[in-house]
Each structure stands twice: as C-alpha cells, then as structure tokens.
Design a protein around this ligand. Sequence first.
Ligand SMILES: *[C@@H]1O[C@H](CO)[C@@H](O)[C@H](O)[C@H]1NC(C)=O
Ligand SMILES: *[C@@H]1O[C@H](CO)[C@@H](O)[C@H](O)[C@H]1NC(C)=O
Length: 244
Amino acid sequence: MYVSFIISTVLFLLVNDGLTFDCPNSPSQWCESKEIAQACDVIEQCKKYVWKVYEDDNRVNLSIYYETLCPDCRQFITTQVWNAYQSILDIVNITFVPYGNARELYRPETKLYQFYCQHGAEECYGNLIHTCVLNFYPKSEQHLPFIYCMESTDGDTETVATQCAQKSSIDYDQITACTHSRLGNQLQHGYAVQTDSLQPPHQYVPWVTINGEHTDDMEKQAEKDLIGLICKSYKGSNPPAQCK
Ligand SMILES: *[C@@H]1O[C@H](CO)[C@@H](O)[C@H](O)[C@H]1NC(C)=O
Ligand SMILES: *[C@@H]1O[C@H](CO)[C@@H](O)[C@H](O)[C@H]1NC(C)=O
C-alpha cells in the first residue's frame, strides 16, 4: 500500500516534471483533466461544453446602493435582485452597499460616527445590521437570503432581523455584538465613504452600477429586467441558458 503510494507519487512527479501528457486518441477522454485537455489543446472547449465553468474574470459586477427602509429598494431587492440571484448567480457578482441617502457626522468626543437616515433611526439600525451581516457572511449564498427576508418583511427592525437571522442561519448574537461595536461603526463608515465617492454621485436609491458604471437608462432596465441587463453585460463565451 505504502510502497505503491510512493511509486505512484514518483511516477506522477516524473510525468509532471517532463510535462509529457499525451493527448489520448479517444475524444471522450480529452476533458478528463486540465493537463490532458491542455495536451489536446481543447481547454476552452472543455470549459465551455463539459466543465461548464463561468470564469470569474467575466463575472458582471453588480453593485446596489440602497437603504433598508426605502420602498423602491425593498421592491427592487425582493423581485429583480432575488430573481437574478436564483437564476444567474454563476455570472454575476452582487455587492450590496447599505447606506443610500444617509449622512454621517464624526463625533470627536466618542470617536464614533453618527448616522442620520432618510427613514429615521430604525433605518440606520437596519443599515447597520446589513453592514455587519455582509461583513461576517460575505458570500451571496450566505447573506442574500437574509437581506431578501428583511426587505420582504414588515415590522419592527429588531424583531424582523431576529426572525430572518434564524431562517437564514445567521448567528444573530454575533451580529448584535457587531452592531454595538466600533467595528460596526467603522464598517458603516466604510459604506458611507464608498457611497459618497460614487461618480456620478447618486441622486436616488436604489442606485445600481454595472461594472462600476451607472446611467439612468441602465437603472430603468435594471428595475424592469435585471436578468436581461446582466445577460447583456456578460462578456463570457458561454452565457447560461437563462440568458437566452
Ligand atoms: C466582486 O465585487 C467586489 C466588490 O466590487 C470585488 O472586491 C470582488 O473582487 C469581485 N469579485 C469578482 C469575482 O469579480
Ligand atoms: C469585476 O471586479 C473585479 C474586481 O474589482 C475585476 O477584477 C473584474 O475585472 C470585474 N469584472 C468586470 C467584468 O469588469
């Protein structure tokens, strides 16, 4: 057992060292490994037809600048964004920036930022909860169900957040610790800076950018048919079936 392991390892190293992967005669074997595909010069074809990978480089970067209680933001997230998440997540990188039309003021006496939100303190608290969830659960699969749940549920922010955390496997104690900490305050400030440095500056919410760019036309299309807009912006060689 051990000896055969050593022998196969040595063989493997020898083969790799000499880069002597031969292309097998049978095309059915060409996509068996990356090395074989390379030897047969069919890497692109294997990716496209067999491995079905969507190259990360081509992913469309969608950013959503929003605030938790704005009705249009809630509408957009719970319909367009949620549908896109469920059908074409392979080709899009969705980034949430919870801040929107809020304002901030630095308080030297506490060394904390104070936030003022369009829909009041409840909204600031909601933004902060989203901010902390995005930090601890950076993957779409982790945070998007939570954000969807909060944006589609009416009620007191704390109650809704607690229920949604439970449904979406978010550790709410960790999130509460964050919202009450300097870390949460700093993270929220980070989103403030990101929002305030938009070019052109945002004029309304939700505000969508595709690969860093925004136009009013793009925004209209995003709110009507986000999947169509993402598909149109996708430059990869093999768009998923949902794009056709
Ligand atoms: C997704 O977007 C974020 C924020 O713009 C960026 O930091 C990250 O590198 C992007 N990931 C991919 C795979 O494009
Ligand atoms: C998306 O963002 C990442 C990181 O900022 C970048 O490397 C990638 O090229 C962007 N994708 C597109 C299609 O612009």
